[in-house]
Design a protein around this ligand. Sequence first.
Ligand code: 8YV
Length: 324
Amino acid sequence: MKPNVILYKTLPDDLRQKLDAQFNVTEIPDLSAENQKKYAHALAEAQGLLGSGDKVDSDLLANMPHLRACSTISVGYDNFDVNAMSQRNVVLMHTPTVLTETVADTLMALVLSSARRVTELDAWVKAGKWKESVSPAEYGVDVHHKTLGVVGMGRIGLALAQRAHFGFSMPILYNARSVHKEAEDRFGAQRVDLETLLKESDFVCIILPLTEQTHHLIGAEQLKLMKKSGILINAGRGPVVDENALIAALQAGTIHAAGLDVFEQEPVPANSDLLKLPNVVALPHIGSATHETRYGMMRDAVDNLIAALQGNLEKNCVNPEAAS
Ligand code: 8YV
């Protein structure tokens, strides 16, 4: 008999067929409490779970006694209680490689648009305010040759450093737990402590996962260390930055601008003070959101689940100890 799988994300037809060929699939809209109740029987019978974004906590796991594998269509997995999963011998797989270049493109877009005021001036032109040649009131700041600080030198940090080094001749500073030899050899990146990175970077780019250690890593004290001309970019997870402290720094003008793809609460509330600031570029968490990359993530997530439930999982596993 085919293993039972719960799918809480709609897949393109070809990937859905691939999944159906291996599993008995029940598609549900999401993992809300309401749907957990409505689909209690299917959840209780399922060996696999595939989707993204929703919380997978110990309460849900308790309702899924046969669960052996979860596959998330994302690189981040802060919405999963990994300890609870490992205790129950449930493996978790993610999609760490396929989105690297696309998320680095998004970061570079935030760097460029916050420095050159792309979204602000686009709105200005469309509002009919372009009456004569621009004056200093519309000028931005240079990106090329400025110092880029990467907080979290993983795959995405490396791809951003590559763009910044080769495309924009930017010196690279980075803060990471260990030396990143490739970043140093290929892009001349220099490993520094967080304090030095904040003080010396023109662009502080945060690409960290959300963990207990990274929650509010960037707060009022850290923002104070940044240059007055410094620009903060966050495309990791919103809660890595204390958003109230960021609003205060931007309002007081102690930093120059911010480019944000992630927020403490998503979707960011429409009345957030962040959205009232002209020097904030706000994107709706589109880091990996291109047709090609989202397809690739779904494809990898399907393959990950098939491999895990067939017992031949070789990559992309967050908690391999749970498999034993
Ligand atoms: C996800 C992301 O696809 O991969 C991640 O961790 O942040 C995005 O690319 C998104 O969070 C899915 O909900």
